[in-house]
Design a protein around this ligand. Structure first.
Ligand code: AGP
Length: 598
């Protein structure tokens, strides 16, 4: 997934675009570029690597102009390099394109354009859009018509920005499939971006493009229409986030800041409003998600069964979308996605809608593609999550499924009003207990110092702690690049136990729940084979303390909410190990904050 920023107005575009790209760098950061139109000419600067590399190029060869577009890339087609960095130009260098998504039929288009004499300079799929628009601009004479004609030939997903010397007062943007385009409304200036944090310093009022739509943006106007030319009217949305919320706020990394925001984020979520009004005759729930969100979906399955008394299952978006699932109008599909732009989750939702399923979205981004696809939306109100490794979004996803379970349970008569009241009280306790658990930072940092050199980790959990074992392993993998596996404790004897030797670090989640005794057995099995145990237990647990090499004592809480507490030391452990190893915690290699491609 990539980041796009455009500007048209009276100020210099360069600084606005570069600062906006920095706020989108979490979307992709293997190369970056900018194009600005000045005195009737387009000037392009690009660089491989982070945006600071582009800033270096701009320092040596400055640009000026009041209309421009910029891009920070997560490579799909074509390795990360300067020649593959966006913006891409047409043959004459009079038109530039930036793009997020995938042009699926780019090879056949490229062959045709090469035969017509077009000269290509990159390995990317994006470059075909620049030459297609060039082709249609010669035929139509109007940039917006040329962009529409070009994109009607394209199959795939895109969020694009186009600027041409043929239209020196405007920028054309378009959207199809995953990947957002928002237009920020200023006074005598307009902004275009892939995501809200890029423009929040300039305006809170945005217009969100939907699929198959094109925006023509000048300093004073935004005109929306469909690819086929039908005018579109769209009200603007006022963003309530405070720009500072998207900054580090004095923390060394976004991830650390967002771990510490979990208490407030959890509070904001349960203050949120639930309005899933299309879930009356629900007989079954399928929760679909990817990555960390899938781990929340696994927990959500238990919330549905224990609180709402509804049979439920959790499935990976990438699996559900292709398995022709036996679902229908009686199946509520709950799609969980922080960004609301994850292609596999969106694909699963589209597949479910074709089968007549009502869709409830649990997402953190207002106006995201998922929010727009769904029948009902439950916003997490976690605030912007910038760190690629998801923390507060994960916690608030769990809270959202808990609230949904209570709401459904109440409306189905599966739980009493009294029980709901007690469960809400249990939830209100959690922010304080998370704060308390975050105080273990120093102890966990010490454990990280000892274990940062390990090559492999095993995480074990049972019941509600199994998804947390998976989540802890994912956190470690994605920010420290150490191999880590999450496993159901009961499965260890069916294979992974062969891994236990030579002080292999095994994180064992052993709160005093229904699986406690069996987890003690796992811990004994690990110790008997020279593994080293990092046990997460309830405060005061002496049995485990006498055995394990490292014991992290967390506060006890209501059983269904225990994952909100036990995940915290695992987040901290991954964070401190990654910092010790000198990894880029907020923008780990090969990853992006939202995976809008398959
Ligand atoms: C989690 O730390 C990862 N960044 C990743 O697994 C993420 O959870 C996944 O890509 C889903 O993202 P979403 O919640 O925006 O759909």
């Amino acid at each position: 997934m990539c980041g796009i920023v455009g500007y048209v107005g009276a100020r210099s575009a360069v600084g606005i675009i570069v600062e906006g790209l920095k706020r989108l760098e979490y979307r992709g950061y293997d190369s970056a570029g900018i194009a600005v139109l000045h005195h009737g000419q387009l000037h392009v600067r690009r660089a491989a690597g982070r945006i600071k590399m582009l800033e270096g190029v701009l320092g040596e060869r400055p640009l000026s102009g009041a209309l421009g577009i910029g891009h920070t890339r997560w490579a799909t087609h074509g390795r990360p390099s300067e020649e593959n960095a966006h913006p891409h130009t047409d043959c004459e260098g009079t038109l530039v394109v930036v793009h997020n998504g995938i042009i699926e039929n780019y090879l056949e288009i490229k062959e045709r354009l090469l035969a017509e004499g077009h000269r290509f300079k990159s390995e990317t799929d994006t470059e075909v859009v620049a030459h297609l628009v060039e082709h249609h601009l010669k035929a139509t004479g109007r940039l917006d018509w040329a962009v529409k004609a070009a994109l009607r030939e394209v199959t795939g997903s895109y969020a694009v920005g186009v600027v041409s010397t043929a239209a020196p007062d405007r920028l054309v943007a378009a959207k199809q499939g995953a990947g957002s385009v928002v237009v920020g409304l200023g006074q005598g200036e307009m902004f275009v971006a892939s995501d809200i944090p890029a423009i929040l310093a300039h305006t809170r009022d945005v217009v969100v493009l939907e699929d198959n739509e094109v925006a023509v943006v000048t300093a004073d106007s935004v005109e929306l229409s469909t690819l086929e030319g039908e005018p579109v009217r769209r009200a603007s949305v006022r963003i309530l986030w405070d720009p500072i919320m998207a900054e580090k706020g004095g923390y060394r990394h976004f991830m650390l800041k967002e771990m510490h925001e979990q208490p407030r984020a959890i509070t904001d979520t349960f203050r949120g409003r639930i309005a899933p009004d299309a879930v009356r005759a629900v007989e079954r729930v399928v929760l679909v998600a990817c990555g960390t969100a899938f781990h929340a979906a696994m927990l959500g399955r238990t919330m549905m069964e224990r609180l709402a008394g509804i049979p439920a299952e959790a499935d990976l978006g990438s699996e559900f979308r292709y398995r022709d699932a036996l679902v229908g109008p009686e199946t509520l599909v709950v799609a969980i996605s922080q960004s609301g732009e994850t292609a596999d989750t969106l694909g699963a939702v589209k597949a479910a809608r074709l089968k007549g399923c009502p869709i409830l979205a649990i997402t953190n981004v207002v106006g995201s593609a998922l929010a727009r696809e769904a029948t009902g939306v439950l916003y997490m109100h976690a605030g912007p999550e910038i760190g690629v490794a998801s923390t507060k979004a994960f916690s608030t996803m769990i809270v959202a499924t808990y609230l949904l379970g209570l709401w459904l349970g109440r409306h189905r008569g599966a739980i009493t009003a009294e029980d709901v009241k007690k469960r809400i009280h249990d939830l209100v306790e959690i922010p304080r207990l998370v704060e308390k658990t975050l105080e273990l930072d120093g102890q966990v940092a010490g454990i990280a110092r000892e274990l940062a050199g390990a090559r492999d980790f095993l995480y074990l959990g049972r019941g509600l702690q199994f998804p947390i074992a998976l989540e802890g392993a994912l956190k470690l993998k994605e920010i420290s690049y150490i191999h880590a596996e999450g496993y159901a404790g009961g499965e260890m004897k069916h294979g992974p136990i062969a891994l236990i030797a030579d002080r292999l670090p095994v994180v064992a989640l052993a709160p005093r729940d229904g699986s406690y005794e069996r987890m003690l057995g796992n811990i004994e099995e690990v110790l008997a084979r020279d593994g080293q145990v990092i046990a997460v237990v309830h405060a005061g647990d002496r049995a485990v303390a006498a055995k394990a090499q490292h014991v992290i004592e967390v506060p006890a809480c209501a059983d269904l909410l225990a994952p909100l507490i036990t995940v915290i030391p695992l987040q901290l452990l991954a964070y401190h190990i990654a910092v010790r190893l000198g990894c880029d915690v907020d923008q780990p290699r090969n990853l992006a904050k939202s995976v809008t491609v398959e």
